[in-house]
Design a protein around this ligand. Structure first.
Ligand SMILES: *[C@@H]1O[C@H](CO)[C@@H](O)[C@H](O)[C@H]1NC(C)=O
Ligand SMILES: *[C@@H]1O[C@H](CO)[C@@H](O)[C@H](O)[C@H]1NC(C)=O
Ligand SMILES: *[C@@H]1O[C@H](CO)[C@@H](O)[C@H](O)[C@H]1NC(C)=O
Length: 335
């Protein structure tokens, strides 16, 4: 039982015998102290047996951060809420267990010719982007990408900012090839909302972060989808046009181990793939720009406002980085 086992929390006795380290463990005192204050900051507790593993992982991550930041990269890494996890553990908890195959999505987006503005940021042009949310340890990123896009679409059309129910998508959207905490696609979730005739609000269908039974009540639906727009596979320029002219755009990409500890700057990776069958995380593009000639997307994530740049990240634009142009879509709301 949980209660019967010793818990290690970041209290005074933390530096007692258990914390001093097993023989052969190469954790430095400074790292031990950093870990302790990190535990306080993030209110972490561990079973005694787990503590050494977490300490060692934290120290490894810290060294990886230092090594990365001492080199000339376009983004920096930093300690965050995931710093006590290996990437394998992180992947298991927060990303889709199975990559989704985006290439099955049929496109219905017709791109114009531009030109498009150099800078777009829906966060700055009015109250069009809802606050960053936190998916917790459930592979439900796709539900947050979906609600984020629809919340923005409705705000742009009506001036009203709603907060929509991710949990409804986790619990109810299975018939549209979605799998709750095991993954799904925003385009398929928009389809679900369209055919289901609506989605409830966060207040009437609160987020639990785990799979549950569908509790949709039609009379409580507050947001509706008239149409779903799927952007052509790998047409990143069409994403630019859609973000510039219409709406923030949901997209998926492949998260690899250098992304977990992202802190700020323009993320760019050589370890990820750019094919539609490898994507494992869905997010929301709310704008784009460029810095020193390097184009980027401004992206809303769902790992809470403490992660990255206040919950956001920048990712290199124009190269289909990590497959980000593999399955982009956005909803047209029924208002
Ligand atoms: C760092 O990278 C930038 C952009 O790639 C380059 O312009 C700059 O010269 C590099 N600086 C060093 C010290 O290598
Ligand atoms: C993905 O779907 C496409 C189109 O349906 C198919 O041709 C391809 O083989 C699939 N790839 C994988 C890895 O399942
Ligand atoms: C958009 O994509 C979804 C799922 O990927 C699909 O079900 C839907 O039919 C597509 N819409 C159009 C208009 O092709």
């Amino acid at each position: 039982m949980w209660a019967a086992l010793p818990l290690l929390c970041a209290g005074a006795w933390l530096l007692g015998p258990l914390a001093r380290g097993a023989p052969g463990l190469s954790v430095r005192t400074a790292e031990r102290f950093r870990f302790k204050s990190w535990m306080v900051q993030h209110q972490k507790m561990y079973m005694a047996a787990e503590y050494q593993h977490r300490l060692q992982t934290f120290a490894n991550n810290q060294r990886k951060i230092n090594a990365h930041n001492s080199q000339n990269h376009t983004f920096t890494m930093g300690v965050n809420q995931f710093s006590d996890m290996t990437f394998a553990e992180f992947k298991h908890k927060y990303l889709w267990s199975e990559p989704q195959n985006c290439s099955a999505t049929k496109s219905n987006y017709l791109r114009g010719r531009g030109p498009y503005p150099r800078f777009v940021d829906w966060r700055k042009s009015g109250h069009f982007v809802s606050p960053v949310k936190n998916q917790g340890s459930c592979g439900s990123c796709w539900t947050f990408s979906t609600t984020g896009a629809l919340e923005s679409a409705i705000a742009i059309k009506t001036g009203k900012m709603l907060s929509l129910a991710e949990q409804q998508l986790v619990d109810c959207a299975q018939n549209f090839n979605n799998h709750g905490c095991q993954g799904g696609l925003p385009s398929q979730a928009f389809e679900y909302i369209h055919y289901n005739k609506g989605i409830m609000g966060e207040d009437t269908y609160p987020y639990k972060g785990k799979d549950g039974k569908c509790k949709f009540q039609p009379e409580k639906a507050i947001a509706f989808v008239k149409d779903v727009v799927n952007i052509t596979l790998n047409d990143e320029e069409a994403m630019v046009e859609a973000v510039a002219l219409y709406n923030p755009v949901s997209f998926a990409f492949e998260v690899t181990n250098d992304f977990m500890l992202y802190r700020k700057g323009i993320y760019s990776s050589t370890s990820c793939h750019n094919t539609p069958d490898k994507v494992n995380h869905a997010v929301l593009a709310v704008g784009y720009g460029e810095e020193n000639g390097r184009p980027y997307w401004i992206v809303k994530n769902s790992w809470g406002p403490q992660w990255g740049m206040d919950g956001y990240f920048l990712i290199e634009r124009g190269k289909n980085m990590c497959g980000l142009a593999a399955c982009a879509s956005y909803p047209i709301p029924l208002v």
